[in-house]
Design a binder for this molecule. Structure first.
Ligand SMILES: Cc1cc2nc3c(=O)[nH]c(=O)nc-3n(C[C@H](O)[C@H](O)[C@H](O)COP(=O)(O)O)c2cc1C
Length: 361
């Protein structure tokens, strides 16, 4: 696999980035990706079953992050990054819908990331002009994710080092408000800016990576592919749900809530949500349905999302995953995801050079 500007900026062998994912990412996952030559990313809530911020103690959140960074450092001496941004959540949207004043604050974790000298920030919420300068001053490289040409231009103006371009198919809340798929968005973004662009979603195997390169990307980020790994902290049945999801297995929902679109497994919960939305439920009613109507069947007090991840409540839980789940057929080691991608990338390229007919792995 060729080196790109992304390898030089991040100091990695391969331009393969593990997308940040609250909850399922573990220090072992981050380190496995970095040790295999890619870039692992420390995420917000790691090794904790409930949302840390619900406790309302920013210090606790910061110290959790510090512990996670230190655990990763014990497992790898290779570069890794940290997910940062401006705090946002469904709980916050509920306050907004109720007309309460909500103060948007920069995460306390930024201080810890700087103190712990994490070399790379992966910024996913808030405009790029808010954090980029401070991160550069701290000696960090900045990856910023967005879903439109306008986002990419703003990132470039703010001095971001790498723009991650996500499309409608992305897992989690990466689609945001945009409904443009990656295949048509990526080349438009690449044409609009000079900074290196990586594909922010939708890649499950080497064919996707080759396609992303053909569209002008200089690397890839993968979320869902790394969810279905031995190192991810999902319940085994939740990992299996990714393997079993087919091409129509996910849906993006949440426009009326105001959090932007989030893509999850299609299930009874998403069906009910979408029915309510279609019949004109208000933003507050919808967010209350998502947040308050849920009963954790195990009595541990987990919310929908946590219960999907850790109880494998696949009917009524909020099980985030990308449309690429349809392409993921096995659970494997996170290091093997990177190594297989590299080996298969060369095979796909060789085959394309030899015979431009349909590429099958
Ligand atoms: C379970 C899950 C949790 C996620 N959590 C976060 C997060 O905490 N921060 C973030 O920036 N993006 C988060 N995302 C989005 C991913 O970082 C990434 O953009 C997305 O998964 C890429 O699309 P893909 O799944 O098609 O690879 C999450 C995605 C998933 C599937």
């Amino acid at each position: 696999m060729r080196r790109t500007r992304v390898c030089d900026i991040l100091g990695v062998k391969y331009p393969i980035i593990q997308s940040p994912m609250n909850y399922p990412v573990t220090p072992q996952l981050v380190a496995a990706v970095s040790n295999a030559g890619g870039l692992g990313i420390v995420s917000g809530n790691m090794m904790v079953d409930k949302a840390l911020e619900r406790d309302g103690d920013p210090q606790k959140v910061a110290e959790h992050t510090r512990a996670m960074i230190r655990q990763v450092r014990k497992l790898t001496n290779k570069p890794f990054g940290i997910n940062l941004g401006i705090k946002g959540s469904q709980a916050r949207m509920k306050q907004i819908w109720k007309g309460e004043q909500v103060e948007l604050s920069i995460e306390e974790r930024l201080r810890v990331a700087i103190e712990e000298k994490v070399p790379i920030a992966y910024v996913s919420t808030g405009g790029p002009e808010i954090l980029t300068e401070a991160l550069h001053k701290a000696g960090m490289k900045v990856i910023h994710i967005g879903t439109t040409v306008r986002h990419a231009r703003k990132a470039e103006e703010a001095g971001v080092d790498i723009f991650a371009c996500a499309g409608y198919e992305a897992g989690g809340h990466s689609p945001g408000k945009s409904e443009t798929p990656l295949f048509v968005l990526l080349p438009q973004v690449v044409d609009a800016v000079k900074l290196p662009v990586v594909s922010g979603c939708g890649v499950g195997d080497a064919r996707g990576m080759v396609a992303a390169f053909a569209l002008g990307a200089e690397g890839i980020c993968m979320g869902t592919r790394f969810l279905a790994t031995h190192e991810s902290r999902l319940h085994p049945k939740a990992k299996q749900a990714i393997v079993e999801a087919d091409d129509t297995g996910t849906v993006a929902w949440g426009r009326r809530i105001g959090t932007g679109l989030g893509r999850t497994l299609k299930n009874r919960f998403t069906q009910k949500y979408l029915e309510m939305e279609l019949s004109g439920a208000s933003g507050l009613e919808l967010v209350q349905f998502v947040e308050e109507s849920y009963q954790d069947p195990t009595g541990r007090g987990l919310q929908r999302r946590e219960s999907a991840y850790f109880n494998a409540d696949l009917e009524w839980g909020e099980m985030y995953m990308g449309a690429v789940a349809g392409l993921i057929r096995e659970i494997k080691g996170a290091g093997d995801v990177v190594r297989d991608m590299v080996a298969d990338f060369d095979k796909v390229m060789a085959r394309l050079n030899r015979d431009p007919l349909p590429t099958r792995l």
